[in-house]
Design a protein around this ligand. Sequence first.
Ligand code: TYM
Length: 349
Amino acid sequence: MKRLFSGMQPTGALHLGNYIGALKNWVALQDKYECIFCIVDMHAITIPYDPKLMRERIFNAAVDYLAAGIDPLKSRIFIQSHVPQHTELAWLFNTVTPLGQLMRMTQFKQKTAQFSDGGEDVKADADGSADERAGFLALAGKVNAGLLTYPVLQAADIMLYKAEAVPVGEDQVQHIELTRDVVRRFNNAYGEIFPNCEALLSNAPRLKGLDGVAKMSKSIGNHIPLSIEPAELERKVTREAVSDPRRVRRDDPGVPEECNVFDWHRIFSPDEDQIWAAQGCRSAGIGCFQCKKKCAENIEKLLAPMREKRERFTKNPDDVWDILNMGAAECLRIAQATMEETRRAMGLI
Ligand code: TYM
């Protein structure tokens, strides 16, 4: 079986975007690959955070993985910092990674804008002005070096286990491409040690948030946590989710294809509810509130069993820590072998 690696940052409660873009795929791929799922705490500390909350966040991420259906009997789950070889390999990879390529990474530019400035007014997409701004802020000392070399650590995460498949959302594809570049450069310099890897995308690799515009993201606050309670889920979807702006009044017809709530129906609802929503919207037979309420009910059908499992794990925290420790012990063995081979190839031993 080929090996698969992926990870999430413990930046708080995981949300529907994480699930639909990646976690759901992880669960489905467990029988096709030898899977390693990581909680990437070393990545999470590249932005401001509260150390008092970190342990709890790591725990919650692990519980979310398990509640979503990651099976510790099939897959390894562990905390990145428990296997120190991740940072060691990242250092070695730094030496074959051009600085310019790191400075051009979209996520680096976005985070630079977001965390050095309050950020809302900075349009941090791939355009030149954001480039210049990111460069300027970085040089002005407002950005830590970890944020810049973040994707190199990600490349090390994957290659420490020589993983060939990396299930992620669309926003991570650039980092997987960088991983391939790092591998190519490393192998050219020191011999064929690392394999090629590819991103595996789900059928909804970029789920939009409640605002119907931006990618669902905790840092923007347009997200729905996987751990949300049913009443709050209904409130958020019916009151906060932006739907088709054409439907100002109840009897204005809408265009479902241009409505984010309909996109969510396509992901979370069975066929009959999708048809009901599309026809009702076009003919103004149903109102947006009804349509959203049905959508919330279908999201709840997905989240209810996770909630039950989450409670079970939360009540037995030692079981969760045991799973994480066991995962780390197994990953450590693989990591040590890769590092031995890598150090040898580089003439270090
Ligand atoms: P992170 O923690 O930001 O997100 C975890 C995963 O969720 C996906 N995702 C989404 N997918 C679809 N729609 C959305 N709205 C959405 N929001 C998040 C992300 O694409 C990701 O797959 N750098 C990574 C973590 C990482 C990693 C790795 C991933 C570190 N090392 C090695 C794979 C392999 C990150 O920040 O993900």
